[in-house]
Every structure is written in C-alpha cells, then in structure tokens.
Write a protein that binds this ligand. Structure first.
Ligand code: D5M
Ligand code: FE
Ligand code: ZN
Length: 471
C-alpha cells in the first residue's frame, strides 16, 4: 500500500468508515490524492450510515458507472404538445369550461360530501328537503359587509348563494373567478340560498414517492438568455460546478428548466433596448452553446415560458424545433410543453412556467410576489393551473381543459416570478425555481425583487430540498 492510500485509510477509519479492498486497490492506481478522494466521498454521503466505502461509492464519485448503472429512469408522463388543437373560434371557450367543470367534478366526487350532488337547475327548482350539494365554477364574487355573495355556474344554469359564516367567508373571499367549488346549501328562512359548507378539490395525503438510488434533480427557470440582464457569468459558474468533482454534482441526474429559456423578441414594449442577442435564433444559439456544457449523463427537460417562441396562450406546445434544432438534436435534452408531467425514477414532477401567479397575486388576498409557493399552493388546491380567465394569462380555446391538475404530482415546479421558494404541502413538494436574470428596470419600477442565481436541488431519495447559490 502506498503512503497516500494508508493516509486515506486512516482518515476513513478515524471517521468510523472502512474501505473495501477493491477500492484500496483502485486507489493505488489513481494518480490523484487518495486521501482527498476518500474525504470527498465521505462528505458527499451527508452522514449516511453505511460504514463501508465500496466500489459503488468509488465509481459514483468518479462518474465511471454513471451511464451504465443509471437505474433512475426518465419518462415524459404527459406532454400537451400533441393534444393542442389550437384556435377554434369563440365556441371553443364554452367547450373548455364545460370540460373544466366535468374534470373537476370527477375529482371532487371522491369526497364524501358529494353524495347529495344535484345540478344547479335542480337546486333552483327547490325540489329538495334540508341540505343539498352542488358544484360549479365561481363566476362572480361580491364581498359585502356581513356576507359574501357568490354566483356559481354549471352547464344547467347559474345560481346566487350567500355565505355568512366567518370561516367559510375566508374560503369564499379567496375564491378566484372561474375556480371550481362544491357547496352545500339550504333554503334560508328569509329566502335565498345559504351556504353551509364550501369545499375545494384540494389534494389528499399520499404515500411519498422516492427513488431507490441517491440522485439529485436541479430546478431552474427563467434564464432569459439574450437579455442584457441574463447572468451569464453566474450561469457559467453553475455549469462548471455541474461538470466538476463535487460529489453532489456527480449525483445530479436531472436538470428541469421551467420556461423563459430565452428573453424572446417583442414580448414587452421597448424590450429590444434590453437585448444583447437581437433575434430568437441568436438567443437559442447561445442557449445551445451553454446547455451543451451540461454532462451527457444528466437528463435536461425544458418547458417553454411566456418569453419563448411557439404560442403564448396556455397550454403551450414545446418550443418548435425550427427555433432550436441543435437543442432538439441533443441526446440528453427533452423538449416538452407547458405544463407537462415527467417522472424521475417514479417521482412525478408537474412542470409549469407559472404565468397565472400574476393573476393570483392580483386577485387573491394575502398572496404576494415574494412568496410564490403560497400562490402555487392555491393553484394545487384548486386543482387548476390557471383558473382566472380574462386576466393577464392568455388561455387558448381548447376543447379540453389541459390545465386541470388531474393527477396529484410528487413535486410541483413553477417559475415566472423570479423568486425561489420551496415548501411541502401535504405530500407535494412545491418548488419555485427562481431566475438567472438580474432585476429588470420594469421589475425595479414595480418593486419586484428577484432572487437570481440560485439552483433549487432535491435529493430524490430522501426528498430533502436545498439551495445552491451562484449569485
Ligand atoms: O416575468 C417576470 C415577472 O415580472 C412576472 O411576475 C411578470 C413581471 N413583469 C416583468 N416585466 C413586465 C412587464 N413589462 N409588464 C408586466 N409584467 C412584467 P417574465 O415572464 O420573466 O417577464
Ligand atoms: Fe421570466
Ligand atoms: Zn415568465
């Protein structure tokens, strides 16, 4: 055994860790400092209990087996790109709202309160005794001094109901236009339908999905490549870290990019003054150059945002190949639409750019730009990614409402507001993936303070979420 290997072994033993003889043999052959390697492997385990460093750890550290042994699969579970039918004229919207109603009704029928569910027309005909349950979309909300009045639509008609109870009023007052709700009502003594209970679809507690192998997913969004505020230096630092020797970087299996890849052209008035790359093609050339620095073993998945080409209205198809053929060609890059669901070794991630957060912050009391996860929780509980119609978020007249959250994900990623955040809601990890663009003059003028240059990372084996700062 050479001296370096003896030092490495002593270091390991003093940390209560043994080294497998195969690893000792392998260490003899490495030119680099054996002690340094063992130190890094031990550090990279984050106190994991295993008391023996085996070839598996050694190979993982050097990335030797990364390709062959990658048991952590990647799968696109759902991508709207092929389902997008595009504009069908105004009738399309009535079909969209009927479909939204039907899908959310199916979701809420799992709740025990839905047993006595009747149509709005039947409730209005008052052919019931006592309490009755109905569901529909909120089309009007009026907050009065002592009560809140809601107007709720289903395909059979429209009904006005009143909420007096303080606790229920809190729920009613936070309802967004076109959000789905189930209510229990009775006919009041002085006339009018009184609300006895107000139920939103919400998500249940579930078993949390985790990977068997320790692998990290990195969450990024809002790169805004091409903008003069894109933080290229910091982004290159991140890329260098990802290809470097840090044992955590070596365990990164996935990079998920939540939209606003490029800054685009003509997205906001006078945007051209803020562009370093003046065409979308040039912006994507730069993007391809940068993302090619990500090691091939890492799967990169990209959804579009409101700055990316394709179509603006939700749901958005994947960025068309004609804008970035080189990205589409890369083996390790997957381009999908917005929103989309991908599975990282069984951990399901709902990726959404997050355009509707702007509408939520405006409409719902208590929500703000500095806590995007609150708005995300609101969307998840409403089981809809963009409930408000006619606000700042354009919605396409699809015949199916693809923005309904049919299946509960394990992770819900959004971006758009350029502020990182992470939190658990029930069994779902909410992640806002921040930005790589400095504060723009517009954001400064409205007091929006971004937190750029931060990567949110999740250990898919333990569920732990952390930040890594490059800013
Ligand atoms: O949007 C980033 C955030 O900033 C998002 O909350 C919208 C807001 N924003 C930024 N620029 C504008 C302009 N010019 N008008 C309205 N709102 C804006 P992003 O999608 O990255 O532009
Ligand atoms: Fe953005
Ligand atoms: Zn955006």
């Amino acid at each position: 055994m050479n001296r370096e290997v003896v030092l490495a072994l002593n270091y390991a033993l003093s940390h209560g860790v043994q080294i497998h003889p195969d690893v000792l043999a392998a260490l003899e052959k490495t030119g680099s400092s054996a002690q340094e390697i063992i130190k890094n492997i031990i550090r990279g385990r984050h106190g994991r209990e295993a008391s023996m460093i085996g070839m598996e750890d050694f190979n993982l550290y050097f990335g030797i087996e990364d390709d062959a042994s990658l048991p952590v699969s990647f799968e696109v579970v759902w991508d709207p790109t092929s389902s997008i039918t595009s504009s069908e004229g105004v009738e399309g919207y009535s079909e969209l709202f009927v479909d939204r109603y039907e899908r959310l009704k199916k979701i809420i029928q799992g709740r025990p309160e839905s047993k006595k569910l009747k149509s709005v027309a039947a409730v209005r005909a008052r052919d019931f005794e006592g309490d009755v349950c109905l569901c529909g979309l909120v089309v009007e909300r009026n907050v009065e001094r002592n009560f809140t009045k809601l107007v709720i639509d289903d395909p059979t008609g429209s009904i006005e109901v009143m909420v007096f109870n303080e606790e229920l009023r809190e729920v009613a007052d936070s309802m967004l236009n076109d959000q789905f709700v189930m209510i229990v009502v009775y006919w009041g003594r002085n006339g009018g339908f009184m609300v006895k209970n107000l139920i939103i679809p919400d998500v249940p507690e579930r078993r949390i999905a985790r990977t068997e192998r320790e692998v990290y997913a990195l969450f990024l969004s809002d790169l805004h490549i091409g903008s003069r505020y894109f933080m290229e230096t910091e982004f290159r630092k991140f890329l260098a870290w990802l290809s470097g020797p840090d044992p955590v970087a070596k365990k990164v299996g996935f990079v998920l990019i939540g939209g606003d890849i490029v800054d685009g052209v003509g997205i906001y008035p006078n945007q051209d003054k803020e562009l370093l790359c003046k065409t979308v093609e040039e912006q994507f050339e730069k993007t391809t150059e940068l993302l090619s620095e990500i090691p091939e073993r890492v799967r990169v998945c990209i959804i579009p945002g409101n700055h990316d080409p394709g179509r603006r209205a939700l749901p958005q198809p994947a960025v068309p190949e004609k804008y970035c053929p080189a990205l589409w060609e890369r083996e390790n890059v997957t381009m999908v639409g917005n929103p989309a669901v991908v599975s990282l070794g069984g951990v399901k991630v709902l990726m959404f750019h997050g355009q509707s957060i702007d509408d939520l912050v405006k409409a719902a009391p208590g929500l703000s730009y500095d806590r995007p996860v609150d708005a995300m929780r609101h969307l998840l509980r409403a089981r809809h990614l963009s409930p408000v119609f006619g606000g700042r978020t354009p919605i396409a007249p699809e015949t199916e409402d693809l923005m309904v959250v049919n299946d509960v994900p394990d992770v819900f990623q959004a971006g758009h507001v350029h502020v990182v955040g992470a939190e658990m809601y029930r069994s779902v990890t909410l992640i806002n993936s921040g930005a790589w663009q400095k504060q723009t003059p517009f954001q400064a003028s409205v007091g929006q303070v971004p937190t750029p240059g931060v990567v949110v990372m999740m250990n898919l084996k333990t569920g732990d979420v952390g930040y890594k700062y490059f800013g």
